[in-house]
Design a binder for this molecule. Sequence first.
Ligand SMILES: *Cc1c(COP(=O)(O)O)cnc(C)c1O
Length: 409
Amino acid sequence: MDYIKLRKNNLCVENISALSLTKKYKTPFYCYSLSQLKSNFDNFSNSFKSAKPLVCFSVKCNSNLSILKELKKMGSGADVVSAGELLKALRAGINPKKIVFSGVGKTVEEIELAIKKRVLLINMESENEAILINKVSGKMSKTTSVGIRLNPNVTGKTNKKISTGSKEDKFGLNKNDFTILCKKITKMKNLKLEGISVHIGSQITSTKPFKKVLNVINKLINKTKINFKFIDLGGGMGISYSNKEKELNLSQYAEFVKKFIKNKKAKIIFEPGRFIAANTSILISKIIYIKKSNNKNYIILDAGMNDLMRPALYNAHHKIIPLKKNSRSIIGNIEFVGPICESSDKFLSQRNFSKVREGDYVAITNVGAYGISLASNYNTRPIVAEILVNGSKHKLIKKRQSLESLINN
Ligand SMILES: *Cc1c(COP(=O)(O)O)cnc(C)c1O
């Protein structure tokens, strides 16, 4: 079920009309549906039920503390890539034994923190990182559970900027280097090699690359003869942003995983981000001006690329819908843009749109993942507020940054 949708031409988030929220909160703001978040998490867990995986939500896609607390209640762990994300996951109450620490450039301080907090696994990406973690662990008189990230040289047929699994990408170790490091680790006495991890990219909508990765891992396990305690399959599951794209077939992926873990004792870990969070949120924005120029109708919003960077950064497509749909339309070329002084501050071009006027509101959809977490203060604009809707209730889960806090340095 879709919890954010038009009902009788009014956009509703669960039982609340989005328009009524604009009377209470200053635009632009992010608005989430808690029921959608729950439904996505349950859908994900149920799809992979037979594998009984540990689901570690990828905190970088949305690190709002209230969202993390809700996910914790659902049983989620966390995949973190910085000290800040680790502390936030812990603050949300997530058990460190459900936290994996990933990332290609962990600092000494971050490694110390991860060891001190006793996270489940540190997924390493190079031999030098292994040497450093071994040294730090020794100093702290600890044995650290680690995984190695494999670069399987499989691309996810996704935007180049969000691909991470090809041999051209900076992530992980190729099969050869992986095997060599496995051997070397046996001599590093403060490390316990427990995991193999992969993550080939984001917004992958075909099951084929995932199947390929499982084959690569299988071969590697047979070759190294290591009984990994954890097999971390990463995230990357794609959703449908436009009518052209279809959501990843999760049950088919689950079938592959089911076959893959037969005769294996390893615990499967997933690190989904986008699949859990993307369609839980809209960015509600007010139309400041409508400007006609050169056969185009520019609809100038109060939201800009600093509030939602994905269109500018990845050419990402986010559907825009009016909070109140008109039976009449604006005919012609429409371009939704923001107020920022950059030509790339553009959200969407399309033919025709529901008739709207200056002062009306629109929602940019599917922005729950890599939306607010990529926001910046560019143009000295405050980070916007976040609202959570649950049934007929709504609450502020993050205040809009004050202008005062921005102008002091
Ligand atoms: C970003 C990231 C994820 C989450 O990716 P999604 O496409 O949002 O599912 C998972 N694991 C690692 C290591 C990542 O860097």
